[in-house]
Ligand binder design. Structure first.
Ligand code: PEP
Length: 247
């Protein structure tokens, strides 16, 4: 097994030129962590951040991408544009986009396909709501979300993606899944991928996201099928994000 740990920041709709510059300056004062690190930020700041982060050991990512290639899609940002300005990663299927912006499994799959076609690495998010967990639907929900993507891109293409398990009830709530709960879902997701392609399943990095902080990261990341994290709130402070990466 050669899965290198990956920790990705998701800044969501936060930041400003001044705040971002201060974040980068603080990050630069800290030692490079051993894991792979990605920073996903709002579109408007990406190009500037890409330059500011040179030599920082952080690769750049977007938080969203159009499912369309080019043309008359006012307000959309294509995968090729993200690639053009130096992005390596893009988050697709985040629950905030599914719930607040009505992104269906089909849209998430189309976005994943568009990202891959432009050479980006998608971070595909899946996760259940509290109601779904309480009615014992967790594995059915996350496996359905995953299958929708696989049906469009094929299991082999997952080799160019990362998967993120993000229980909706744990995002931004301060209530993280326990390491055992997260491991249970991660291992089920890996088994689900293995049913399509065992070699891809062994190499696939499955990140946990949902209220990861410096204080709980090490216990989560110690689980055998948790290969890193997708970090929201704790990524807004460079020191906290760095402590999660160090964990
Ligand atoms: C997220 O939105 O991807 C996330 C994990 O947020 P938080 O860490 O704030 O729960």
């Amino acid at each position: 097994m050669t899965r290198r740990r990956l920790v990705a920041a998701n800044w969501k709709m936060n930041g400003s030129l001044a705040a971002n510059a201060a974040w980068v300056a603080r990050w630069r004062s800290l030692a490079l962590p051993a894991c792979e690190v990605a920073l996903c930020a709002p579109f408007v700041y990406l190009e500037n951040l890409g330059k500011a982060l040179e030599g920082c050991g952080i690769s750049l990512g977007a938080e969203n991408v159009s499912e369309y290639e080019a043309g008359a899609y006012t307000g959309e940002v294509s995968a090729a544009m993200l690639s053009d300005i130096g992005c390596r990663w893009v988050i697709v299927g985040h629950s905030e986009r599914r719930i607040l912006f009505g992104e269906t499994d089909a849209v998430v799959a189309a976005k994943t396909r568009a990202a891959l076609a432009a050479g980006l690495s998608p971070i595909i998010c899946v996760g259940e709501t509290l109601e779904q967990r309480e009615s014992s639907q967790t594995l059915r929900v996350v496996e359905t979300q995953l299958a929708a993507v696989i049906s469009v891109i094929g299991a082999a293409a997952l080799a160019r993606c990362a998967l993120a398990y993000e229980p909706v009830w744990a995002i931004g709530t301060g209530r993280s899944a326990t390491p055992e709960i997260a491991q249970h879902v991660h291992s089920a997701l890996r088994e689900a991928v293995a049913r399509f392609d065992p070699a891809v399943a062994r190499e696939l990095r499955i990140l946990y996201g949902g209220s990861v902080k410096p204080g709980n990261a090490a216990a989560l990341f110690a689980q055998p099928d948790i290969d890193g994290g997708l970090i929201g709130g704790a990524a807004l402070q460079a020191e906290d994000f760095h402590a999660v990466c160090a964990a």
